[in-house]
Design a protein around this ligand. Structure first.
Ligand code: CO8
Length: 263
């Protein structure tokens, strides 16, 4: 990042939510080196912050969540040194996989290529009515190479994933919702409220339960049935040790809302 450049990522905190904004609106929040470096750092910081229970990722400006990799820099094949440097940065979506807290993508406008791969690395996707989502990589002489071919079939099934990956076509909000690519669609102008509502519904629950439920789902997905059930049980056992579990039972008996501390 140059000395006076705008940060590529902005972070705001409200209640238990860390709201991360991709901040390159002039380039439709396309992923350049600054964003590739700053986004994982912001995500890891929010994940480590004890005051944060849920993380939301959104895009600045009216037009896009993220239009994918910054393809203005794609034309030249990289030198060996550049290639090595890129490989070091290549696993930037790992920060999403490492996140213990739920990450929600709040998606408006264009969500293409690496932008959709980023959204797929989130736990939940909420879309505004005007979205256009797709993986155009095959039309650019590459394939979705930041997790798209891996995460999309896991999210929406093989047939629908191949439809999107092999055609490169874009889908709007209604189709994205029907195929399970997003779990909610918000009316135009109400996306932020919808994403915050989902974040709030998650954040009101016991933090250890949220973490363990996420680990149970993600960790169990690749295991056979017996192993997955054993994994689930291990995640469950960890919840039994918490004060929040006792607090929930006490609150029920006392006909009040539980106050969870994450212990
Ligand atoms: N990269 C850089 N700049 C972009 C990008 C992009 N991906 N998308 C849009 N912009 C810029 C435009 O260049 C333009 O800038 P300027 O005004 O300075 O010329 C501005 O945003 C507005 O764009 P348009 O004028 O093109 O607006 P339109 O409404 O005509 O079109 C589109 C909007 C449809 C979004 C169009 O801009 C477009 O097709 N963009 C490219 C989308 C694309 O192909 N994305 C996929 C890239 S491949 C990818 O993401 C692979 C992932 C690899 C991950 C890498 C991990 C290491």
């Amino acid at each position: 990042m140059t000395a006076h450049a705008e940060p590529a990522v902005l972070v705001a905190h409200a209640n238990a939510v860390a709201w991360i904004t991709l901040n390159r609106p002039q380039a439709m929040n396309a992923i350049n080196d600054d964003l590739r470096a700053q986004l994982p750092a912001a995500l890891r910081a929010a994940d480590a912050d004890p005051a944060v229970r849920v993380i939301v990722i959104s895009g600045a400006g009216e037009r896009a969540f993220c239009a994918g990799a910054d393809i203005k820099g794609f034309a030249e094949a990289p030198s060996p040194a550049q290639f090595r440097q890129k490989r070091l940065q290549g696993h930037w979506t790992e920060a999403f996989d490492d996140a213990k807290k739920p990450v929600i993508a709040s998606i408006h406008g264009y969500c293409l290529g690496g932008g959709l791969e980023m959204a797929l690395a989130c736990d939940l996707r909420v879309a505004g009515e005007g979205v256009e989502m797709g993986l155009p990589e095959v039309g650019l002489g590459i394939i979705p190479g930041a997790g798209g071919t891996v995460r999309l079939p896991r999210a929406i099934g093989m047939s629908r994933a191949k439809d999107l990956i092999l055609t490169g076509r874009r889908v709007g909000a209604a189709e994205a919702h029907a195929m399970g690519l997003v779990s909610r669609v918000a009316p135009a102008g109400a996306l932020r409220e919808a994403a915050l509502e989902v974040a709030g519904l998650v954040a009101r629950n016991a933090p250890v339960s949220i973490r363990q439920a996420k680990r149970a789902v993600d960790g169990g997905l690749h295991l056979d049935l017996d192993q997955a059930l054993a994994h689930e049980n291990a995640m469950y056992q960890d919840c039994l040790k918490t004060r929040d579990r006792v607090e929930a039972l006490r609150a029920f008996a006392e006909k009040r809302k539980p106050i969870f501390t994450g212990e």
